[in-house]
Design a binder for this molecule. Structure first.
Ligand SMILES: Nc1nc2c(ncn2[C@@H]2O[C@H](COP(=O)(O)OP(=O)(O)O)[C@@H](O)[C@H]2O)c(=O)[nH]1
Ligand SMILES: [Mg+2]
Ligand SMILES: [Zn+2]
Length: 305
């Protein structure tokens, strides 16, 4: 039962030379539209690799054995490195309010690294069952000032998930990123019907989670809505061009764009007061300055090497 009609597909998983590809725009259950594919041998993708999240054209579809052949690769919108995923529509930075404790400098780094991808960024605060309502309101207010309408989660109370699921259904390919142990995989297991990925308790000794999520995979929430889980990792150094940093902080770019604030120098890094008109009385300004300084050091070190 082979057909030679070509179909557009989405790569949801890859292992060795095989790819799992879902047909796109098909109102079928995920089982019926998922095919095991190889790349046609005669095709030369100009040394381009195919990543999870890529759109491909498949042919020689065999509906019985659920096999097909990838014959071409579509142009991608973006490619995230570590983990390698193509065409993400938005990033959720996931951080727990306790266990592991909220680390504001780390949240800042994750947000900035996500903003540098040029896609929509949202903030999810997990484990809100471990804090009081007062503390939760305090945190919501803090992150509102950072420019983010955080979504708070409490997995003891499933009502909290509704907002998130509604949000996810507005997006095509979301990715959960954040430190390990904050509950990303637990969340995914609750959201995706039938999913039972391994989760790991936070080690009480080191108060950090174990990395249990390894391979990148797109999970289907519903037709044409996918989510990616990532292994937790900590961002040590951030490799972002310092000239771009002001465009990655909502507190700064809204002043420059919406309020039309102009500094004397066109490429002002907003570090000194002379000629700089930016209002610097916002909480993350210290982080911003530290980031510029450390990037400068990093830059001068690599210049000397
Ligand atoms: N108290 C509490 N614990 C949670 C919650 N969500 C996840 N956990 C626990 O946090 C630990 C780490 O979860 P996991 O999903 O593996 O984190 P990941 O590394 O971010 O994928 C597990 O022991 C979970 O049971 C929550 O909302 N509240
Ligand atoms: Mg995990
Ligand atoms: Zn300035």
């Amino acid at each position: 039962m082979k057909t030679d009609s070509k179909h557009l597909g989405l790569v949801t998983k890859k292992f060795n030379e095989f790819f799992l590809v879902d047909l796109i725009n098909q109102e079928k259950c995920s089982h019926c539209k998922r095919f095991l594919c190889k790349v046609r041998k005669s095709i030369n993708f100009k040394d381009q690799l195919i990543y999870v999240g890529d759109q491909v054209v498949i042919d020689h579809i065999d509906f019985r054995s659920k096999r097909a052949v990838i014959i071409s690769l579509k142009k991608r919108n973006n490619l995230l490195i570590r983990p390698s995923v193509a065409n993400i529509s938005n990033i959720y930075i996931v951080c727990s309010v306790e266990e592991p404790k909220l680390n504001l400098s780390q949240v800042n780094k994750f947000l900035i690294s996500a903003e540098s991808m040029g896609v929509e960024v949202s903030l999810l605060l997990t484990k809100c069952d471990l804090i009081t309502d007062k503390r939760r309101s305090f945190l919501l207010d803090k992150f509102r000032k950072w420019g983010y309408q955080a979504i708070t989660l409490n997995l003891q109370n499933p009502d909290y998930l509704k907002n998130l699921v509604a949000d996810l259904k507005q997006k095509t390919c979301s990715i959960f990123m954040g430190p390990s142990g904050v509950g990303k995989t637990t969340l995914l297991n609750k959201i995706i019907p039938g999913l039972q990925n391994d989760t790991a308790p936070v080690s009480h000794k080191i108060k950090r989670g174990k990395n249990t999520t390894r391979n990148v995979e797109l999970f289907s929430l519903s037709n044409n809505h996918y989510i990616v889980d990532t292994p937790g990792f900590n961002i040590q150094t951030l490799e972002v061009d310092i000239r771009l940093l002001p465009t990655l902080y909502p507190e700064i770019y809204t002043q420059l764009m919406d309020e039309g604030i102009r500094c004397k120098f066109r490429n002002c890094l907003h570090l000194n007061d002379e000629g700089c008109n930016l209002n610097k009385s916002f909480e993350r300004y210290t982080f911003y300055k530290e980031m510029i300084e450390s990037s400068k050091n990093h830059y001068s070190q690599t210049q000397e090497d």
